[in-house]
Design a protein around this ligand. Sequence first.
Ligand code: NAD
Ligand code: UDP
Length: 312
Amino acid sequence: MRKRILVTGGAGFIGSHLCYRLLQEGNEVICLDNFFTGNKENIVSLMKNPYFEVVRHDISLPYFVEVDEIYNLACPASPIHYQYDPVQTIKASIMGSINVLGIAKRTGAKVLQASTSEVYGDPQVHPQVESYWGNVNPIGLRSCYDEGKRCAETLFMDYSRQEGVRVKIIRIFNTYGPNMHPKDGRVVSNFIVQALQGKEITIYGSGRQTRSFQYVTDLIEGMVRMMNRTEDDFTGPVNIGNPGEFTMLELAEKILQLTGSKSKIVFMPLPSDDPTQRKPDISLAKEKLDWQPLVALEDGLRETIDYFRRIL
Ligand code: NAD
Ligand code: UDP
């Protein structure tokens, strides 16, 4: 049956892949975006589809629509962009959540929150399990994002307990792939663009900090499985990420090798509160969603490098 689905932040990197997938499955998709970091190029090929609708709107302001499902992705996600206007960032998470939860309460729609591994902050438990409460600075430069996302989780759980809204929370770990903006500022896109343009590869700090990188198609599969799971009213939160763990030095070397670039590595100051390690425990996603990532880092990087070669 054709569902009508709202995707907030639908013109962004992840949102555009999700809109594509949901349309492929025969649904009607409303893509809501204020185009702060989103890009029309990401969705232009979808606009031919009569079941695809684009709405320019800021989710921190109320919005009324009748839908069956909502995926809430509207929020700047890269440190340089979410720190550009921190007040707007926290409003997108908190007012945005209240607004989508209001739609869900009124219409009975299911609503999924794109939360983040940042809720674990600079984690002292490794790998990170969902039951870990995290180690987050509430007053630092990353707080507008981390605490906004943590409060959004609180709102989702309270609307579920108090109002009976059908909620889903996924904690997304670092994701990369085609449709990332060349000026996104996150590490994978930065290193690939620098390598392809022969510019210096900028490693922040010693480069020994770790991240776990997931290819975007794996994430989309996990997201859709979470939304579609109805047994035992599973709300999450559930980690969706690839447990392969790499230092930023290893990532830089891999990208240099795959692009054949002669770019030099340079070391720059480490941004404040930059987490030292990150790796998801995905046992819960395996158990509840029968999900695990399928794309190895090298394969995903090759696809992403091809994409950047095409657009640069
Ligand atoms: P992105 O910046 O490409 O996408 C975010 C989208 O939201 C953009 O299209 C932007 O224009 C839109 N947006 C921002 N503020 C808005 C507002 N107030 N109203 C309406 N639209 C607004 O980033 P992304 O990587 O695609 O991230 C999508 C979501 O996934 C975000 O919520 C992010 O926090 C979450 N997430 C992403 C990652 C990752 O590694 N990519 C990891 C964890 C969580
Ligand atoms: N990073 C880096 N060079 C860059 C961009 C990022 O060394 O040009 C580092 C950053 O300091 C962090 C890691 O890469 O340790 C991941 O950064 P990103 O912004 O992609 O994601 P997040 O820190 O939110 O996980």
